[in-house]
Ligand binder design. Sequence first.
Ligand SMILES: NC(=O)c1ccc[n+]([C@@H]2O[C@H](COP(=O)([O-])OP(=O)(O)OC[C@H]3O[C@@H](n4cnc5c(N)ncnc54)[C@H](OP(=O)(O)O)[C@@H]3O)[C@@H](O)[C@H]2O)c1
Length: 256
Amino acid sequence: MRLGFVGTGALSSAIVTGLKSLPGETTPVAVSPRNEEIAADLAQRFPDVRVAADNQAVLDQCDTVMLAVRPQIAREVLGELRFRPGHHVVSLIATISREEIASLVAPAARVGKALPMPMIARLQGATLVCPPDPIVAAFFSRLGGVIEVEDQSEFDALTVVTATYASYFKYLDTIHAWVRSQGVAGDKARDYITSIYKALANAPDTMPNADFMHLAQDYATRGGINEQVLRELTERGAFEAFAESLGRVHRRIAGG
Ligand SMILES: NC(=O)c1ccc[n+]([C@@H]2O[C@H](COP(=O)([O-])OP(=O)(O)OC[C@H]3O[C@@H](n4cnc5c(N)ncnc54)[C@H](OP(=O)(O)O)[C@@H]3O)[C@@H](O)[C@H]2O)c1
């Protein structure tokens, strides 16, 4: 594989960093010159990474090209480029459909979407790949895992998961702020919360056949303090409001 990136921003940088952290990894990578600082940093850190003269030079040097510009400029940028029929195009642009990308990169015939997350830099967090593609799946499976997705509607629904990170941290922050209000030092509270939530994140792996509600019930001992918080939040509609918010995000993503 000769890999190229059109758009060298946060996400491209994370993918290249993750890729090049793999032992013995020598895939040649061409990155576009924007962002100048990020491109130069990648080329300086990794001997197989070169900064191409422009976006067209990226395409000319690679067989597999990841599109990682912001959606607002994607149509203009792609419209100016000449793709080859043999180019394998992987769009990382979250909000433009595979069909539209395929029309913008014609005559490239093999076109798919992938949704990696920035934690790929540390080889963590699975990447969604749509439609299933053995080459793209093999690539991302080494970088934190891959979930292959059959169609756009499944892809859109799973994409909604990525809208919940900030509220997850707000949830932890609520716990942290409350514990601090009781006079506990901030660092101590942070260390404890981090340690416990890391352990909880492993629970689904230790009980692979249990769904999340089963895990919730497992922790909610009858009459206990977990049951109390779960019941009080449920009664006040916290989870219902959360689910409604997911629905609104989905309508935004899927354009419905
Ligand atoms: N970051 C995420 O968590 C994430 C997750 C999933 C999907 N995505 C998708 O990935 C894409 C990139 O996201 P990002 O977070 O990496 O954004 P970003 O950091 O803004 O990177 C986009 C890069 O494109 C460069 N650029 C601007 N004009 C260009 C042009 N004409 N030709 C080539 N490159 C150009 C920008 O350079 P300048 O800085 O010089 O303007 C910037 O470095 C987006 O479509 C986003 O939807 C991002």
